[in-house]
Design a protein around this ligand. Structure first.
Ligand SMILES: Cc1ncc(C[n+]2csc(CCOP(=O)(O)OP(=O)(O)O)c2C)c(N)n1
Length: 202
């Protein structure tokens, strides 16, 4: 019988979530659809907005990746970038399989891994620090899988990573922020959906 072994892991570095998101904002093309939810949605609304931004607030946890999949399949000439929370990713891990199975080359799924349900008061997410999100994505069938904890490295890589044919999965280790209010809906959902569909047609 072999004794259990542990593999030493390198100390994890974490980047400020706002800066990580700002790097996505700077890299995206105005023709890209960007879906944000949870803290990425809150922080995205502090940045200049584009017509193809879909701030998914309020939302059911786990709904952003399948929404991104549907849009990516319906709009194959546009890139779709989804910025998700880790708790929300765990809520709907099956979406990873659906995305990998459908193979939309134009879909980028970025998970902001902070280990907490930040917008509801920073309760710990199950498996925080243990769950290996890139490994989950690979196991689901993603081939383009990336992970960053260093802001500088993410800033240097983001343009290249969102440009490669996907589907692409990115896990960003981000710092926890405590005591910040959650995202507020930027307006009536029906009207925002109408404007978004109009922008898609344009
Ligand atoms: C299905 C469902 N359950 C519970 C909630 C309530 N809720 C809203 S946000 C949130 C936490 C989200 O955590 P995470 O996805 O990790 O994002 P973060 O806030 O850390 O950015 C919870 C529990 C919800 N919106 N949907």
């Amino acid at each position: 019988m072999t004794s259990p072994t542990t593999t030493p892991t390198a100390p994890r570095t974490h980047m400020p979530a706002k800066d990580a998101l700002a790097a996505v904002h700077a890299a995206r093309d105005p023709r890209d659809i960007v879906i944000t939810t949870m803290t990425p949605a809150r922080d995205w609304m502090l940045l200049p907005q584009q017509p193809l931004d879909l701030v998914l607030v309020p939302s059911a946890m786990g709904s952003a990746p399948p929404l991104g999949l549907g849009l990516a399949l319906a709009q194959p000439t546009r890139r779709v970038i989804v910025c998700n929370g880790d708790g929300s990713m765990l809520m709907n891990l099956g979406a990873l399989v659906s995305i990998a199975n459908a193979r939309p080359a134009n879909l980028v799924l970025i998970v902001f891994v902070n280990g907490t349900y930040e917008v509801t008061g920073s309760q710990p997410v199950p498996g925080a620090g243990v769950v290996d999100y890139p490994a989950l994505a690979r196991a689901a069938g993603f081939e383009s899988v990336h992970a960053y904890g260093s802001l500088h490295e993410w800033q240097s890589a983001v343009r290249r990573i969102i440009a490669v044919p996907g589907p692409t999965f990115v896990a960003l280790d981000v710092e926890q922020v405590h005591g910040q209010p959650g995202p507020k809906s930027p307006g009536p959902a029906r009207e925002r959906a109408r404007q978004f569909m109009q922008a898609l047609r344009g």
